[in-house]
Design a protein around this ligand. Sequence first.
Ligand SMILES: C[S@@+](CC[C@H](N)C(=O)[O-])C[C@H]1O[C@@H](n2cnc3c(N)ncnc32)[C@H](O)[C@@H]1O
Length: 450
Amino acid sequence: MVGMPENAALSVGDLVELDLTGIAHGGVGVARHEGRVVFVADAIPGERVRARITEARKKSFARAATVEVLDPSEDRRPHIWPEAGLERDPAERPGGAEFGHIALPRQRALKAEVLTDALRRFGGLGTDALRDLGGGVLQVESLPGDAEAEAPGLDGTTHTSAPGLGYRTRVRLHVDPETGEVGPYAARSRRVIRTASLPLAVEEIGWIAPLDEAISEAEAVDLVSPSADDPRMLVSYPGERRRAGADDPVRESVGGREFLVRAGGFWQVHREAPVTLFEAVRDAILELAGSDRFDPGAANLDLYGGAGLLAAAVAEAAGPGLRITTVESDPGATDDAAENLADLVGALTVTARVDRHLAELRAAAAPVRERLRRGTVVLDPPRSGAGGEVCAGLGEVAPANIVYVACDPVALARDTATLRELGYTPVSLRALDLFPHTHHFETLAVFLRD
Ligand SMILES: C[S@@+](CC[C@H](N)C(=O)[O-])C[C@H]1O[C@@H](n2cnc3c(N)ncnc32)[C@H](O)[C@@H]1O
């Protein structure tokens, strides 16, 4: 490549040597090739790699996948999923464990970098604000059982346990339309990849996963392993309105409390995620209550409430006098929430889109609006975030506090900018590694009305 002009065109299939200088949202490394940004899969910042160009349509950037590491990071590990290792052609590697070649502490450091960068660039937060929020440097916390630790073996020697594996209680696999073979998609592709194992899934999912079978005419297979119930498989067929078994109730146990959830409904994926988020939201409410900012009798809201997990967490902090309304667009999940919150006299469950519900609340009578102003909102939107319209709706309803549970750092950062414009200040932030060996993580941010 020596002597080529600046921005020389890269073509799919080209092999290039790249120095990784950073990490981008989505879990890909960042490098430059003759002025053009290249997003590189399966690399680690600081490494020099040989990579194959996989996408070169855009002028401003290209994509590549690592095929050989020339100068490895000390944090490089054998991939936790053998089929996703560098020995395979990039197009044949299953997606879904894009950090599986990185030591867990470094994975978390990279996630913290992505969060800090997003809050700075899209959230408008400066260095001081970020330091105050994270209580120093922002850290991504591991969940119980996931810290990379040396555990003493039975014979007195030490061995490294397998942290960060066997945690997913929900797994979606896809079906090859031609062969009926079942497996995950390859990264950034709709190609079904055969795999012998699912290392991120709980053991029970391994028992039932149809990895060496063919299911003709099906589209996808969801594997569900509830914490207090038998594992099950839901098969989707094209054109079908409702999957067989999707509405069957399954039992989930969260810190001794039981929740009923439809097998096909939303539930937090990591086996420790429900209890971790329950406790994180409960503690955030206790903290607000400790500074007299939480009013259990106000019109409190659990927006994007699912089966009522986080409303129950608020109730644990607030006690039996709590008034709270969960708002959720899936009617099945609302029914589950009604069941799960039945012991809470002041709980109401509503099936509605959050934007529409907020529009209705804005038009409510003055005493209701006053109760909403004194209230606390728990906000747990899907990956796209709450977005401008919902944030604007919140700005008008103007609750005293917002406890935002976010699964996408950039969406959170954008919503942070909007909420700040509407008079809210973020006062605390916790990041939780709910998805080891992937680039995903969860953030809990508390905002106070100025
Ligand atoms: C990230 S989940 C959170 C569920 C619940 N808070 C929990 O922790 O189990 C997001 C939920 O929002 C619901 N949802 C998605 N878009 C929505 C919308 N526009 N309005 C209301 N609910 C929505 C989904 O059905 C899903 O249950």
